[in-house]
Design a protein around this ligand. Structure first.
Ligand SMILES: *Cc1c(COP(=O)(O)O)cnc(C)c1O
Length: 429
């Protein structure tokens, strides 16, 4: 890990050209790599020598971007994947098998809930959700001898709850388990979960890290700090016959988890992104620190404007003093809580739809966290099959609008909201 500040790491970590080499990260558009002897290649297959052999497992362009993200998070290694979904899947499957279970915060991304409650369930892995009203005793009661990890999101998408990382790291560690944190919305610019005791960090790089809505991707980062040799993780501590008896904790030390994830899971599931996509992600990372600053500044201005407008019934943004998570945000997100806010419009579903349709600058898209301001109305799109009652149960009111505040001029964004609100007659229904 370098000692530079996060802003410098965004630009300088990872690829460092030698004398006369390309200044900018090259795209190694090659599936395979040449070696002078069969013995050398044999050593690669036994994981005895470092090096690339086949781009399903590793590729130089990807490696440089992985190095950069690991350095930004303060970890010992990282693996890029084709999507955030793939990253979360591998992060869990790396230490969890059929018949085991894990504990997750309940307010997390909808796609992750599907992964946990549908696909992992079909593989014989059970998720046990921690709901906000649970006492410490009730949370403790979720664990048994087959529990493998605890999972949460730094800033939950779309509920925007802030994870009490220290608290859940302590709970996980008390049970001899790692805390996995999906740090997508915060990015390492706003929060580095390892500094608060998290053990593994996951990203959907599709969001702010890329930042331009060009590439779907994901990443798993290993802090290198968790002690896997406690009897609960045989996959990391017993010989892997597919590599002639390699023992990850013994042969790779603090990089045991991330090495196993690459050479076993990425090898077998085939979720490596292309070199071109890693190159585009790296371009995004180079300006991440600048963009996050503006996203946060703009979002707070928009949230404050909305809070003061009488057609708006409620606003949720962790940096508003009215937010239930304001204190957690002060601790974990001192410099801002990303660009995503949610709010409700008086008059419910019909007002929300009229408002959305009246926006001119902000676009209606199924995306968050890119440079352009965008909005989504879950009740009429992603959750449109639910009745108003079911929506309330899911924590999503019919009036809820999720706005991803971009990096345009804040006054232009607010003017757009103002003119759209003028079109809404909150008493019409
Ligand atoms: C979008 C998202 C994911 C899934 O990532 P994809 O890149 O879309 O597969 C996972 N977690 C969070 C918090 C997200 O916002």
């Amino acid at each position: 890990m370098s000692n530079y500040k996060i802003e410098t790491k965004c630009i300088q970590s990872g690829y460092k050209p030698d004398n006369g080499e390309a200044r900018v990260l090259p795209i190694y558009q090659s599936t395979t790599f040449k070696y002078d002897s069969a013995d050398h290649l044999g050593d690669l297959f036994d994981l005895k020598a470092p090096g690339h052999m086949y781009s399903r497992i590793s590729n130089p362009t990807l490696s440089f971007v992985e190095e950069k993200i690991a350095d930004m998070e303060g970890g010992v290694g990282a693996v890029l994947t084709t999507s955030g979904q793939a990253a979360n899947m591998l992060a869990i499957l790396n230490i969890t098998s059929c018949g085991q279970n894990f504990v997750s915060l309940s307010s997390i991304y909808g796609g992750t809930i599907n992964l946990f409650s549908v696909s992992l369930k079909r593989m014989g892995i059970e998720v046990r959700y921690v709901t906000p009203e649970m006492t410490d005793e009730e949370i403790d009661a979720l664990f048994d001898e087959n529990t493998t990890l605890v999972f949460g999101e730094t800033i939950a998408n779309p509920a925007l709850n802030v994870l009490d990382i220290e608290k859940f790291a302590n709970i996980a560690h008390k049970h001899g388990l790692p805390l996995l944190v999906d740090n997508t919305f915060a990015t390492p610019v706003l929060c580095r979960p390892f500094e608060f005791g998290a053990d593994i960090v996951i990203h959907s790089t599709t969001k702010y890290m890329d930042g331009h809505a060009t590439v779907v991707g994901g990443c798993v980062v290993d802090s290198g700090k968790f002690n896997w040799d406690n009897g609960k993780f045989p996959g990391l501590c017993q010989p892997d016959e597919s590599y002639h008896g390699v023992v990850y904790t013994k042969d790779f030390g603090e990089a045991a988890y991330i090495t196993k994830l690459r050479v076993q899971l990425v090898r077998d599931f085939g979720v490596s992104p292309s070199a071109m996509n890693a190159f585009l992600l790296n371009l995004g990372l180079e300006t991440l620190h600048l963009r996050m600053e503006r996203h946060c500044e703009n979002a707070l201005k928009v949230a404050k404007f909305l809070e003061s407008n009488d057609k708006i019934s409620w606003v949720n943004y962790p940096k508003l003093e009215s937010s239930a998570d304001f204190d957690l945000a002060s601790k974990y997100l001192p410099n801002g809580a990303c660009g995503v806010i949610s709010f409700g419009i008086k008059g419910g579903r019909s007002s929300a739809v009229k408002f959305m349709d009246s926006l001119k600058l902000a676009a209606i898209v199924v995306h968050v966290a890119d440079a352009r301001t965008c909005v989504l109305h879950p009740a009429s799109t992603t959750h449109r099959q639910l009745t108003d009652e079911q929506l309330v149960d899911a924590g999503i009111g019919a009036d809820l609008i999720r706005m991803s505040v971009g990096i345009e001029n804040a006054d232009d964004i607010i003017d757009d909201i103002k003119q759209a609100l003028n079109e809404v007659d909150c008493n019409a229904n």
